[in-house]
Design a protein around this ligand. Sequence first.
Ligand code: SF4
Ligand code: F3S
Ligand code: ZN
Length: 103
Amino acid sequence: AIDPKFEDTREVVEQHEGHTVWGPVDEPGQLGIHGTHVAVDFDICIGDGACLEDCPVDVFEWVDTPGHPESEIKPDPANESQCIDCMLCVDVCPVDAIDVDPG
Ligand code: SF4
Ligand code: F3S
Ligand code: ZN
């Protein structure tokens, strides 16, 4: 599961489409966590898609991640600021790859 303390244990390595990426990143096999309020651990995600399908405000957009061992598509939190903290994505992810912090 995603580490809920990632903001303390990881460092920001880049910005991607307006959100933060938390390292370590070593492409293509290690991609880090994308987003902060809506944080997706790309290294845990298996590309299930339930988060993207269920989000009522379309926070996520697929990005291609060729060569990643868990899945070659990931749900990027491209519209992170639109999140309404419903927690659906957190609840439906089969591998607990998403952390949403309503605080
Ligand atoms: Fe979308 Fe709800 Fe997840 Fe926010 S908590 S990203 S609104 S599904
Ligand atoms: Fe990935 Fe979980 Fe969504 S596996 S695609 S973060 S439901
Ligand atoms: Zn991203």
